[in-house]
Design a protein around this ligand. Structure first.
Ligand SMILES: Nc1ncnc2c1ncn2[C@@H]1O[C@H](COP(=O)(O)OP(=O)(O)OP(=O)(O)O)[C@@H](O)[C@H]1O
Length: 337
């Protein structure tokens, strides 16, 4: 999957009075010029503070949202242009699994009925083969065969997540997009569901996008990690590189603020300072500059593009980009918003 220049804004409701006065139409800038590649068969973790656009990105990738600008290509096909049957086929190949599958499970349908319905609607199996496939799916996600006859409310949170995963797998997807899949679960159950995802990813050769704010889980599960800040990808690299030698000052601060990470691998960077700016009023240049201990004049003037690093990975930070203007990283004149 290749994402290029993806931008998504949400208009903010303005009062009649404001409109009558000719006030500006305001919009939340949820994604700005996002570039990202997902390789076949890998797990890509997407991390960042709440509100940085992770869910909006995930939703744009499955066309729950249409982006304002930019392109998403999957296997060479332009996803943003898909309509009708082609879009349905794409949504079968690229499945989203949500934090709360309970809200999308019909409380009066048994798990067996839920899975059979998925198989029938998408014509995955003829009726005669559906029963065997349901049993197979339950085994795949570690649920007992007896689960088929039970209703969703009879299961715990972790088991319901397994049902959600089984329903997604019923459509034999190539790619799963898991948005905060385990955030609502207890820590011990989180580990079980995440390990299940790891096992399935390897066994079925799935491509997985794992959207989460829990860095521990992302580190455990992902081959590569993309770090987002205020609607932009600021760093993307192999997991070992992101966690062992983070380059972007935001990634460094994010890791420094995560208490549960291995202290030996923690950076000496100061934890995150100050408030996240409003997505209605994103700072000019580098959006992180107002909280960055290393910001200099150029950061306010020019938005850093994602640049490849010699050691692999990409970072969007002027500390690593060739100097084109007079300002240099040596000039640490802290910039105000
Ligand atoms: N449907 C919507 N209408 C208006 N604004 C929205 C909508 N969805 C998201 N936003 C805004 O877009 C920005 C990005 O939100 P998004 O949910 O994608 O972030 P996130 O990183 O997934 O956050 P979280 O971890 O809290 O879910 C936020 O400022 C949010 O308030």
């Amino acid at each position: 999957m290749q994402v290029r220049g993806l931008t998504k804004t949400f208009p903010v409701a303005t009062s009649l009075l404001e409109r009558w006065r000719g006030g500006p139409r305001r919009a939340v800038q949820a994604l700005t010029d996002v570039h990202l590649s997902v390789r076949r068969g890998e797990t890509l973790g997407i991390v960042g503070e709440s509100g940085c656009g992770k869910s909006t990105l995930a939703r744009c990738l499955v066309r729950l949202y249409d982006p304002d600008e930019g392109s998403v290509r999957y296997g060479g096909e332009e996803v943003t242009a898909l309509r009708g049957a082609a879009l349905r086929a794409y949504n079968r190949r690229v499945q989203m699994i949500f934090q709360d599958p309970y809200s999308s499970l019909n409380p009066r349908m048994s798990v067996g009925q839920v899975l059979r319905e998925a198989l029938s609607v998408h014509r995955m199996r003829p009726p005669a083969e559906q029963e065997a496939r349901v049993q197979e799916l339950l085994t795949l996600v570690g649920l007992p065969q007896s689960a088929a006859g039970r209703l969703p409310h009879e299961f715990s949170g972790g088991q319901r997540q397994r049902i959600g995963i089984a329903r997604a797998l019923a459509l034999e997807p190539e790619c799963l997009i898991a948005d905060e899949l385990v955030s609502a679960l207890d820590v011990s159950v989180q580990a079980q569901v995440v390990n299940l995802l790891l096992e399935l990813q390897e066994r079925l050769d799935l491509t997985v996008l794992f959207v989460a704010h829990d860095l521990r889980l992302v580190q455990h599960l992902s081959h590569r990690v993309a770090v987002m800040y205020l609607g932009r990808v600021v760093e993307v690299a192999d997991t070992a590189q992101v966690f062992g030698a983070p380059r972007h000052p935001y990634t460094q601060a994010l890791l420094a603020a995560a208490p549960s990470l291995d202290p030996a691998r923690r950076t000496a960077a100061p934890a995150l300072q100050g408030e996240l700016p409003s997505p209605l009023n994103i700072p000019s240049g580098c959006a992180f500059r107002t909280r960055c201990p290393q910001a200099f004049a150029r950061c306010a003037e020019e938005r850093p593009a994602l640049q490849p690093l010699p050691e692999g990975g990409e970072v969007a930070c002027h500390l690593y980009s060739p100097v084109t203007s007079g300002a240099a990283p040596g000039q640490l004149d802290k910039v105000t918003p």
